[in-house]
Write a protein that binds this ligand. Structure first.
Ligand SMILES: Cc1cc2nc3c(=O)[nH]c(=O)nc-3n(C[C@H](O)[C@H](O)[C@H](O)COP(=O)(O)OP(=O)(O)OC[C@H]3O[C@@H](n4cnc5c(N)ncnc54)[C@H](O)[C@@H]3O)c2cc1C
Ligand code: SF4
Length: 511
């Protein structure tokens, strides 16, 4: 089976020899951005090869246990961390990329953020009005809609009640979900196929349009001649072990990198430091770091039921943070809970009475970088939480504490070093407002990643232009969230897809 026909999918067991293909466009990475590009270009009549390192997953292969699931669907088993400020960060390795494991939260970047992108990064066509048609196109295709009341569950509704009592705006999440059952399993894969992850939405549409899909292929090099990309080369890799076997080469008129913000810079660096006349490839790494509080209520919350992340408050967006409800499998939650032995056991026994809410902060001053490892495609991630951004996270914790007590919590577990592991009243929680908190006191997590191949109107200061085209290579595009010039202040997926939708339109005109 040495050729791949239009509309065909190759999985690991089907590779029996080296493979060389030709296409108009090769897209590397099948996450939200790559999947949009692949579908839009096949709709435009282009021949497309979509390449994904991870395998496809079907519901019978999902692991309900959080740790096991991470080991199978996440890079470095889900244990990837930054150095500098130590923070866990997860990137999926699966057909559909992050959409397989994410909570399906869809937010448009606020107009004030996009205006700032335009003024600070010399962009001319990236206002909210410019992007709205692209957001709309994605929303229509995926059925992005408000989470219905009947699947919110008590832990989402308590958040709403707390916000209402304090006069903070809040709203049910918009999500790319059809027919949610409120099972709270988005992180380990939606068994009822309600979540419109890319593997059941954009990618099948691209295949129907004639795209060819290679799964379990890791691209290791972008091929080029002079200032033109000519294709990509890599190897078939065994799922879960990454053991390489057959060689794969795809020659194409145009290459789109959508391997994700931490992988695309590595690919460029390993390809002879390609598209890096600006010196910005792998620089400017930004996260959207989050802190979380667990609150324990006097009566049963039953947090297993409800949309994984069903409610949010954007009340404090201009002050730099967004608040959300959250649910994760108990094994994951347990790692973040303080205490050991009997104290930890008692806290775990409280889970049926608990809710977890988080705050994610726009930390524009906190920067890092992505560097290639010598014998691996995994990145070295260094990142430092800037001392000026710490008060934003501390403020988010204080507001979360207020919302918990306004909603009737009897205890909160703030998870901040140097502060009592449990606080039993708003008065006790004032320590979160009054005590200086240092970066090292916080337990952080950062799954929203940006800026490592940022767009900039000035070719000396950015890797791509605002259409995603590399300044140095007219037929090399980058589509993943690495092209964001800054944190979008809200969850990034929908903005990444809107930008990808726009890039695809330009690419379709170009070839
Ligand atoms: C647990 C979790 C929850 C999240 N929840 C939300 C949410 O609810 N809403 C939201 O807006 N955002 C959320 N995010 C973030 C969101 O999922 C990402 O921003 C989004 O997936 C980024 O899309 P992407 O296409 O840029 O990259 P990715 O989704 O990372 O896709 C990149 C793909 O490229 C593949 N790849 C990488 N290197 C290679 C290579 N060399 N060769 C071939 N293939 C390669 C990867 O395996 C991957 O499948 C969450 C993220 C995580 C981890
Ligand atoms: S909450 Fe459950 S049913 Fe709803 S989208 Fe997530 S995994 Fe699917």
């Amino acid at each position: 089976m040495s050729s791949v026909e239009p509309g065909q999918v190759r999985v690991f067991a089907q590779y029996d020899a080296d493979l060389t293909l030709e296409a108009d466009v090769v897209v590397v990475g099948s996450g939200p951005t790559g999947a949009v590009v692949a579908k839009e270009l096949t709709d435009a009549g282009k021949s497309v090869v979509l390449v994904e390192e991870g395998p496809p997953f079907v519901p019978s292969e999902y692991e309900f246990d959080g740790g096991l699931s991470m080991a199978r669907t996440m890079r470095e088993g889900g244990l990837r961390t930054t150095s500098g400020t130590i923070m866990p960060t997860m990137q999926a390795v699966a057909l559909g990329g992050g959409s397989l494991v994410n909570s399906a939260i869809c937010n448009r970047a606020p107009a004030f953020v996009l205006d700032r992108w335009c003024s600070d990064f010399e962009l001319e066509h990236t206002t909210r009005a410019d992007l709205d048609p692209h957001y709309e196109a994605v929303a229509k295709f995926l059925g992005i809609a408000v989470t219905p009341e009947n699947v919110l569950g008590r832990r989402n509704l308590l958040f709403r009640d707390g916000c209402d009592a304090l006069g903070y705006h809040s709203e049910p999440m918009l999500r790319n979900v059809r027919g949610c059952r409120g099972s709270g399993e988005c992180f380990t894969g939606c068994r009822s196929r309600a979540k419109q992850s890319m593997d059941i939405s954009y990618i099948p549409a691209a295949l129907r349009g004639g795209a060819r899909l290679l799964t379990s292929v890791r691209i290791e090099r972008v091929l080029s001649a002079g200032w033109r990309a000519t294709g990509v080369a890599g190897r078939v890799v065994k799922p879960f072990t990454g053991r390489p076997s057959h060689q794969v080469r795809i020659h194409a008129k145009l290459v789109v990198l959508a391997a994700g913000c931490t992988a695309t810079p590595v690919l460029l660096q390993k390809s002879g430091n390609l598209a890096n006349r600006s010196g910005q490839v792998g620089e400017n790494l930004q996260f959207h770091p989050g802190v979380a509080i667990m609150g324990i209520f006097p009566d049963l919350v039953n947090p297993r039921f409800g949309a994984t992340q069903g409610y949010q408050s954007c009340h404090f967006l201009r002050e730099g943070f967004k608040l959300e409800t959250l649910w994760a499998p108990p094994a994951i939650t347990a790692v973040r809970l303080p205490g050991s032995g009997m104290a930890l056991k008692n806290r775990l026994a409280d889970i049926p009475y608990s809710a977890i809410w988080d705050g994610i902060a726009t930390c524009d001053r906190s920067l890092g970088r992505v560097r290639a490892r010598r014998r691996s495609m995994d990145p070295i991630l260094s990142w430092k939480l800037h001392s000026a951004d710490v008060p934003i996270l501390a403020q988010a914790l204080w507001v979360l504490a207020q919302i918990f007590f306004a909603a009737g919590a009897r205890t909160i577990v703030p998870g901040v070093h140097g502060i009592a592991p449990e606080l039993h009243s708003l008065e006790e929680a004032e320590v979160l407002r009054d005590r200086p908190i240092r970066a090292t006191d916080l337990v952080l997590a950062g799954n929203h990643v940006f800026c490592t191949t940022r767009m900039h109107g000035d070719a000396r200061l950015g890797v791509v232009d605002e259409m995603g085209r590399c300044h140095d290579f007219e037929n090399l595009y980058i589509a993943d969230t690495g092209i964001f010039p800054q944190c979008p202040s809200v969850n990034p997926m929908w903005t990444g897809m809107a930008l990808a939708h726009r890039s695809a339109q330009q690419i379709a005109q170009q070839i």
